[in-house]
Write a new protein. Sequence first.
Lengths: 98, 437
Amino acid sequence: MKILLVCAAGMSTSLLVNNMKKFADEDDVIDALPVSELKKSIGKFDIVLVGPQVRYKMGVIEALAKEYNIVTALIDMKSYGEMNGKAVMQQAQDLFKK
Amino acid sequence: MQKKKGFFDSITDFTMKIAEPMGRFAEKPWVSALQSGMVAIMPIIIIGSLFMVLGALGQPWIGASGKPLLPFLAPYAGKILNVFRFTMNFLGLYAAVAIAMAYAEKLDVDVKSAGLLSLATFFLITLNGTSLTGSVKDAAGKAIPFSIAGIPVSSFSASGLFTAILVGLLSVRIYKFIVDAKITIRMPASVPPNISNAFTSLIPYAVVFILAWIVRTMFNFDIVTWVTTLFLPIFKAADNIFMYTIRMTLGNLLWSAGLHGDNMLLPIITPFVTQNIAANADALTKGIALPFIWTQPLERMSGWTATVWPLLILLFQSKVPGHRTLAVAALPAAVFTIVEPVIFGLPLALNPFLIVPFLLATVVSSIITYGSVMIGFTSRFFAALPWATPPFILGPAASGDWKWVIIIVLNVAIGYVIFYPFFKVYEKNELAKQAAK
């Protein structure tokens, strides 16, 4: 499973990526990028998770995700703030199963 | 708490109402291209400003003594400044290329073609010939005209930034329009794509070049001077304590709804603060007064220093289980002004108890921060550094004035006082909630 997290500068999501890796399988790929670079890289991932602070860009992100047939979702505010790697990893796994 | 909730809801409704059109604005291809183009040239600006600082330290007019602060740099000052001159002081040139490439990416236009088109157009629209003419007076006082090879580079600097933005966006837009209308020279399918691409570009390039050439050379219309005359008074007028406070408060109002307020305002703010810091840097190397107060480092002095930082102290002192853990966990990121763990973890976003002090502390710290420059207590900024530089390093490093540390400490203290009563109510409420469980 290849997961991409996007936020404004890719800074705070990269903190969350570190926490998620503790709960990830060995062959999982998790990366964080600024939302502006999404277009270039979206094709390499299965799931795009979006930081709540850039949810005003959700329209564009959803359109892009549809184009590449990729699942996308907002990260829950509380889990995001707590940098809760377990909960967000769970969210990714649930989305992947669908 | 009923009354407070009503008030809070109306603030949230208001924020969502302004956030929605702003989000749509930020998603427009030209707006996001402008923003990502400006972000792309930041490394050039940052490196340029570091060399500018080094060069300035070797100049005699820095400081009050009339002597260079670092005398051993004095013989090299001019040479060191060359890096500044060709980086930060050529920022219009780089912006023209970067914005065009970013815009091409959004519009699905060939990126290489767009970058080159914009660069050549920028030269054509800013320069009228490759010789400098003027006159000198001989011993008898008679004027002798001269003409030497060379181009004036002043248009490449911050003063050409708005022309660069116009060129970067318009040239690509015209290119796309002509290619979409299929007004191009088409090659048979057997011709390799690289070669046929070069022919595709011929007509759109020619149209854009001719337009720029007519404006600059045939009409001798200097767009840079025109834009400067038009925008500089607006910039000067916008650089005031009210506008600054409104910008900071609007940013944090959006944050209070859990939206990245700074990023949403970036498309409007970035060209403004970038040209301001470059104009200040240029003034410093010339030894004249720095023209602008409002720059990007200034924004980093207020805001988080008076909101998230004092909140961390209050969280550390809080009796609510988990608050201290959050404070410790969020501290390292918060030092670098990465605030999401506090905004969403506490949460500060959509928190009816804390929105009032959050906005109040933003307003007060903005006034203190901007005001401290106005009254001459702190110096203006002339260097750009990465935004995540801790403010207590950023302040002194980007202005040469250690007193910025005092302003930051003051902002933290005032933020603490403002948050204290509200946080105590919140703390009590949280404790009661946990006891009820």
